[in-house]
Design a binder for this molecule. Structure first.
Ligand code: SF4
Length: 397
């Protein structure tokens, strides 16, 4: 599939004329020769305007034999010898999806000294844990990791591969998908499995106005990333079943243009994704100083303060405290939202919370659709009363 240049009747003048068509400067004329460079956006304007000199050719892709791709695989991200929580959550979801089509669940682990992490993957839903265990894979460098996963895919041929949407997962997954000539859906909020093994990858699109259901019926494997706290991990099984497969790591897999010179620990930060109780602030707050009200409530109930996107964008709160698609996904036991309307982008990042209390002056605010308890009222009146009631309740204990 791509642009094709008909060179037969080209003259230097015609070549220069056609090169001028491209608004991105992607057509280069050299005398009577034309070439397309990497700036091409495939907009096909040149196809429309070059009178047949540039044409678009669709390549016939042979239909993929889906029966040859079996299993739901999870990239097992390991840090300090342990699987990240997002991997355990993905293994839980992979188990559910795989059971619907009677496929196995695989974990792919890459690093050094992986035995403990591999057994943990088996205890959380994997049937097999494939380990690429090598001292040179101690640090997460994306090129060798890509080569290892590609090796796993070529050997095992899984139907779907799930990655955690961590910083590293977001870097790794597109590289692997590109090597396999397949697509990738980032930040899925739901996953479903069809009987024919097509993975339905669901995520908000067009500014959150629709929930897109994305399938890749012509490609295998199917790739997606999912954020931490989107799914539930299975309880850890006391019984160790399944198999650890130690794969030989070749020199070719270790090839890398990156050399790790030193590793510096980042200072530990408070992560709202791990909070059990959250007070989230939205546009209902009229000025930054008023956020002290939310902080007082949060201090009283041992909560962390978070916010919706407008507050992070206005600089009232650090972006690390932002909940939603462009922020963090949270799943606390209790979340109290104050003056938040509840756009799809926001609720996609918190609707899995155990208990949601929403306070908003607008009775039609969408946040009430996901809230377990809704209070229609001005937060400037409701929150002080709530604080007073909590204090009173404590005094009477
Ligand atoms: Fe330029 Fe569009 Fe033609 Fe690409 S397809 S060369 S971007 S005009």
């Amino acid at each position: 599939m791509g642009l094709k240049i008909e060179t037969k009747n080209l003259t230097p003048a015609l070549a220069a004329e056609i090169a001028a068509i491209c608004p991105f400067g992607a057509i280069e004329a050299d005398g009577a020769k034309l070439s397309i460079n990497a700036a091409c956006k495939n907009c096909k304007l040149c196809v429309k305007k070059s009178n047949g000199v540039i044409t678009w050719e669709d390549e016939e892709k042979p239909a993929v034999d889906k029966s040859k791709f079996v299993g739901v695989a999870v990239f097992g991200e390991v840090r300090y010898g342990k699987l990240l929580p997002v991997t355990l959550e993905l293994l839980g979801k992979a188990r559910e999806l795989a059971d619907q089509i009677a496929h196995p669940v695989y974990a792919v682990l890459i690093g050094e000294n992986l035995k403990g992490a591999a057994e943990d993957a088996l205890r959380h839903g994997a049937d097999k844990a494939y380990c690429y265990d090598h001292e040179q894979l101690k640090y997460r460098t994306v090129v060798p990791f890509t080569a290892c996963i590609k090796d796993f895919i070529d050997t095992v041929k899984p139907s779907s591969v799930l990655f955690g949407a961590t910083n590293f997962g977001r870097s790794l997954a597109p590289r692997v998908a590109a090597r396999c000539g397949a697509g990738l859906t980032a930040d899925c909020t739901m996953l479903e499995m069809k009987e024919n093994t097509d993975l339905v990858q669901i995520r908000p699109a067009f500014g959150g106005n629709i929930m897109a259901r994305i399938v890749s019926p012509q490609a295998r494997p199917q790739f997606c990333t999912v954020r931490y706290k989107t799914f539930d991990a299975l309880p850890r099984s006391e019984e160790l079943t399944g198999e650890v497969v130690n794969v030989t790591v070749t020199d070719a897999m270790l090839q890398s243009g990156t050399e790790v010179l030193s590793v510096a620990e980042k200072p530990k930060e408070v992560d709202i994704s791990d909070a059990d109780v959250i007070v989230a602030c939205g546009r209902g707050f009229q000025k930054k100083e008023d956020l002290a009200l939310a902080q007082e409530l949060a201090d009283l109930i041992g909560a962390q303060v978070a916010c919706s996107r407008p507050l992070a964008e206005s600089g009232w709160m650090d972006a690390k405290h932002q909940i939603g698609l462009s922020g963090r996904t949270v799943k606390p036991k209790l979340i109290i939202t104050l003056g938040i309307s509840g756009t799809v982008q926001f609720t996609a990042g918190m609707k899995a919370s155990d208990f949601i209390v929403a306070i908003n002056a607008d009775p039609d605010a969408s946040i009430f659709e996901v809230a377990h308890v809704g209070v229609v009222g001005d937060l400037y009146e409701v929150v002080p009363k709530l604080i007073e009631k909590i204090k009173e309740g404590r005094e009477n204990v």
